[in-house]
Design a protein around this ligand. Sequence first.
Ligand SMILES: Cc1ncc(COP(=O)(O)O)c(C=O)c1O
Length: 391
Amino acid sequence: MLSNKDIARLRAETDGVQHVIHFNNAGSALPPNVVRDTVIDYWKQESLLGGYEIQAQRANELDETYYSLARLINAQKEEIAIVENATSAWNAAFQAIDWQEGDEIICNRPDYASNYLAYLHHPKKPKVKVIPTTASGDEDLEAFEKMINSRTKLVSITHIPTNSGHVAPAEQIGSICRSRNILFLLDACQSVGQYPVDVEKIKCDMLSATGRKYLRAPRGTGFLYVRKEILPQLTPYVVDLHSATWTGEQTYTIRTDARKFENWEGNRANQLGLKAAADYAHAIGLEAIWHRIQALALEVRKGFRQMPHVHCHDEGSLLAGIVSFTVSGHSAAQVQQYLLKEGINVSWNGTPNTYLDMTAKGLSEIVRVCVHYYNTEEEVSKLLELLQKLK
Ligand SMILES: Cc1ncc(COP(=O)(O)O)c(C=O)c1O
């Protein structure tokens, strides 16, 4: 549990909280000062001494990034590839699967647009089946098991979506996939840094994540996890001289660890920022972070229940820090602009971001208040007071 003293210290370590009330953590969170300073210091060193030379000097530290990320999700460092965002990570895994005509994918209703677009765009035209939801808005696990057949190539689930606080039962889905020997790819873009993601418990084969959201790392960072037993069966869609070695006129070899999904070039300053963010989250503890986020989100949802003109749209038995809502008589953009003028950052998104979920809920847009552990009860009260006035 994070005490008030802990929160005060964590806020003192984040300059941004003095400038703005930031509830756009599912967009891009405020980084702790140590993340910002790590990036700036490294970048300064590069500018003074040369990018390659600094990389050689700080090679050990850079290499430890893999360990820091692996530790965060209970993986091994050989199972981690560092890439520039969650979409790159997700596609590196998805495109590496040996797709055949007639293959089927099972996804969940709140699946992210870019994932679903990749299914539609794939030349082998895999059939996409969507897990139905129960009355409480959870994935229907009985129905899910019945959907699996000999053509099921992949189960691809968005853990916490971009448009609500829904938390998919990743652990149960993973157990079913493992027992049926089916590949399981988890989009953990909104859950890493927010929820205690443990790949051993979840039993996913592949997991994609981003840096800038709940992990509080720099923009332009992300990573992929691939379970080591699965690595040999995935062939990278793109190879370069980092992921592969040119050994002869007709020959090359591909590396065997997850770094076969990386490019040679990358932003080393940001990589160290990602490491600093992962270490920072680890030091606080993901259980404590998750507990605090849930408590703050509950305050927001409770407040919304007192306001007949504010409608919360989160569904499911377990809810995370992304609180989605609409306000009668005001568009999502109007609500966002109104709060921005009062010094509060929120964001909004529309049907194309999560088409299946939004259309099932009969919505065309939602506003998101996405709380993080460094937000306070006072910030939540100010938000609620302002929304009350929108009546
Ligand atoms: C659930 C989910 N998956 C994937 C992504 C894509 O992440 P990135 O922009 O880092 O590629 C997002 C971004 O908002 C997301 O919310």
